[in-house]
Design a protein. Sequence first.
Length: 156
Amino acid sequence: MAQNKNDFINVNNSREKDQVEVMKKIANEAHCPFCLENLRLYHKKPILKEGKFWVITTNQWPYEHTKHHFLLIYKEHATKLTDLETEAGNELFSMIKDLEKEYHFEGGGLAMRFGDTDFSAGTVNHLHVQLVVPDAMAKDFEPVKIKIGLQWEKRK
Ligand SMILES: [Zn+2]
């Protein structure tokens, strides 16, 4: 039985049932699902754009109450902010500006978890940025919540 947490995955932070299943499988493989050579094995959404530092895709398991949920995944394996090339910041902002123009976002939020997944609450420990536009006009709308950090009792 594989552990729920390794260098690449923290199943304890998974949300959806089928996500938990996929993440357990990946944990058994002990490789990083967001490194490009593995991304195509598990990620069923198309790569919308590829830059020098980032690829843009959509979240396979979008947060509840989102209208858009994009992922910008760093192309090299990286887990800490200090792993990022400084120029990658320029490209990131250029890419999210293009997304805003293309999809006419009314508003939303950006989140990038980093480091130890017990602290970040990340499922995949490979730097990625989440761009979330809430479906705020929907009748049953509730605010989109992004968790940072995992309680002691949920760590396995
Ligand atoms: Zn990786």
